[in-house]
Ligand binder design. Structure first.
Ligand code: PEP
Ligand code: MG
Length: 612
């Protein structure tokens, strides 16, 4: 049966694929395709894991002290029985044989199906048996983790291993060489179908690991348009919908799903005629992208000659290539916190950070690179640190986040600043500090930079000149913009948080996402005020929140005097097209109409569609 599910659109375009359901707790399971020849070996891995777990359970049972409750032994028997149950093992083999999933993926795919069947059971006792199946599967997954096949080429080349690297549990990623399913010879096996990921929730750090994944689209039950999970999904430039509430319950493993990233709609098991329509739209949007990409190297200058700087937001050093490729004239926001995640609690040291920052500076070939000091906390917790100080507070968005976290970790902060100053020896670097709101922070930041530089001098280490800027993303900072400008070399407006904190709307909470309104008059007034203040002092100002990459705001922001926009590389071409068609001399009427309107979005739409 075909159903429609409504969510929040995150990134444009249409994706059509089979659903892969992933439970949040099992995100660390490696998902990759194996070649046809590797099937027997993968099944052997499954069998060996099952036998090892059976031995483990039998040993546990044999060593059970006599005083242990007899229910425990009975439970182990249930687990042993499940291990040999056809619905677990035989069905798992089916995923390996028919779809060429690796053993871990096959096992977790089957677990999702079983878990759903248990959830639907009337009998409470039987429903609770779901936990037993989960435990048995978790044991098998642990066993499998110890028997990861060698990388392709190292052995018989039959299997393709998840990539090695510092991240534990190479989650859901595949080496670029197998970013598309491996060919299966003459038989048209179902593994060639594109796949879309469906999950209740995916943490931003886990989302990041999908960058090189097999998935062509994403759906999550929770999240708002500017949650960091959505931001990372958008940076991958594939269709995604968040806040789709019941999606992970309504969609079943292997269902066909259309993700309409333009409208925020999912169509599950669409009838052929609907599918055909979406395939048509998919082709149209690919053509449009190809057309826009021709603007890549055209300078962004308005019709009346105003030069506009279009910069890139990046999450990892490897994104610099995409930034250049998209025609960015620099990096306007490098979210360094992603270097701190997925590391089992170990933080990157100064040298590792230096290498990461330098690689971006070098890749950008003399173009400016704005590196933001770490912005952990809120929806980007360092949750694997095991450090209770950094656990979620009652209100994490208002808690120990961004510069507050850095201030609480002065050693770590200086280490990061030293790494940035060292990278500045190789090219232009701007240091950007998130969430500045207090005057004492300004003083402390300047002192920390001076101290870091002094430490480098003492150690005879090369370092370069930097500009130091503040993010304007807390209303307090916007309201005291003149003071801020007196102390910083530049400012960058983080509209994602500015909206969150001004309107008191959690940006990651889909329940209030309808109130998260970039068109709110208070937001527009703050933006105009900050941009005007910077212009009158001759200080550079940029917008690096999602509004910068949203074409609906380009003309309005230009009318406020903004000449620097930083966004996902995939947005640059569209924004450039708007800039090329704009005439700043004619935008004052737009500004006046929008600022005085009760519904500013409508006023902007009416005027802009009339102008086109
Ligand atoms: C912002 O808040 O607008 C911003 C760019 O920073 P982040 O989205 O990483 O919080
Ligand atoms: Mg922010």
């Amino acid at each position: 049966m075909s159903i429609q599910i409504f969510g929040i659109q995150v990134s444009r375009g249409v994706a059509i694929g089979r659903a892969v359901l992933v439970a949040s707790s099992r995100v660390d399971v490696a998902h990759y395709y194996i070649s046809a020849e590797a099937v027997p070996r993968e099944i052997e891995r499954l069998r060996a894991a099952r036998d090892a777990v059976a031995r483990e359970l039998q040993t546990l049972k044999a060593e059970m002290p006599p005083e242990a409750p007899h229910e425990l032994a009975a439970l182990l028997d249930v687990h042993l029985m499940l291990l040999h149950d056809e619905t677990v093992i035989a069905a798992t083999k089916h995923w390996v044989q028919e779809r060429h999933y690796n053993a871990e993926w096959a096992l977790s795919a089957q677990l999702e199906i079983l878990a759903r069947q248990f959830d639907e059971m009337e009998d409470a006792y039987l429903r609770e048996r779901k936990a037993d199946v989960e435990q048995v599967v978790e044991r098998m997954l642990r066993q499998l983790a110890g028997t990861v096949p060698p990388p392709a080429g190292a052995g018989d080349g039959a299997a393709v291993a998840p990539p090695a690297g510092p991240m534990p549990g190479a989650s859901l990623v595949v080496p670029p060489a197998v970013a598309v399913p491996a060919p299966a010879g003459p038989r048209d096996f179902a593994g060639e179908d594109p796949l879309v990921l469906v999950a209740a929730d995916v943490a931003p750090a886990d989302m990041l690991q999908f960058k090189r994944s097999v998935f062509t689209g994403f759906v999550t039950d929770v999240g708002g348009r500017t949650s960091h999970t959505a931001i990372v999904a958008r940076s991958m430039d594939i269709p995604a919908v968040v806040g789709a509430r019941e999606a992970s319950r309504l969609i079943r493993q292997d269902d066909w799903v259309v993700i309409d990233g333009d409208m925020g709609v999912l169509v599950v098991n669409p009838p052929p005629i609907v599918l055909e329509e979406y395939r048509f739209r998919q082709r149209q949007s690919e053509l449009e992208r190809a057309r826009l990409s021709r603007l890549r190297h055209t300078p962004a200058v308005t019709l009346d000659g105003a030069a506009v700087e279009l910069l890139a937001n990046i999450e990892l050093p490897g994104d610099a290539g995409a930034a250049l490729e998209a025609g960015a004239v620099g990096v306007g926001l490098f979210r360094t916190e992603f270097l701190f995640m997925n590391r089992g609690g170990a933080l990157p040291d100064e040298d590792e950070q230096f290498e990461a920052y330098r690689s971006v500076v070098q890749a950008m070939q003399g173009l400016p690179v704005t590196i933001r000091t770490v912005d952990v906390g809120a929806d980007k917790p360092l949750e694997r640190s095991g450090d209770s100080r950094h656990d979620h507070g009652l209100n994490p968005a208002l808690g120990l986040r961004a510069i507050r976290w850095s201030m609480a970790e002065p050693g770590m902060f200086r280490q990061q600043l030293r790494a940035m100053l060292r990278a500045a020896a190789d090219g232009p670097v701007r240091i950007l500090v998130p969430m500045v709101a207090h005057l004492n922070e300004i003083q402390a930041i300047r002192e920390a930079v001076a101290r870091a530089r002094q430490q480098l001098d003492d150690a005879h280490r090369a370092h370069g000149a930097v500009q130091v800027g503040a993010m304007v993303e807390v209303p307090a900072a916007a309201l005291m913009i003149d003071r801020l400008l007196g102390h910083f070399d530049f400012v960058s407006i983080g509209t994602n948080d500015l909206i969150q904190y001004t309107l008191a709307i959690d940006r990651a909470d889909e329940a209030v996402s309808h109130l998260y309104d970039p068109w709110h008059p208070a937001i527009l007034a703050l933006l105009r005020q900050v941009i005007a203040a910077a212009a009158s002092r001759g200080k550079p100002v940029s917008v690096c929140g999602e509004m910068a990459g949203d074409a609906a705001f380009t003309e309005l922001l230009l009318s406020f005097g903004l000449r620097s926009f930083s966004m996902h590389p995939s947005c640059i071409a569209e924004i450039k097209q708007r800039v090329l068609r704009a005439d700043t001399r004619q935008l004052q009427a737009l500004q006046a109409a929008v600022l005085s309107a009760d519904v500013p979005a409508e006023a902007a739409r009416a005027l802009l569609s009339g102008a086109r």
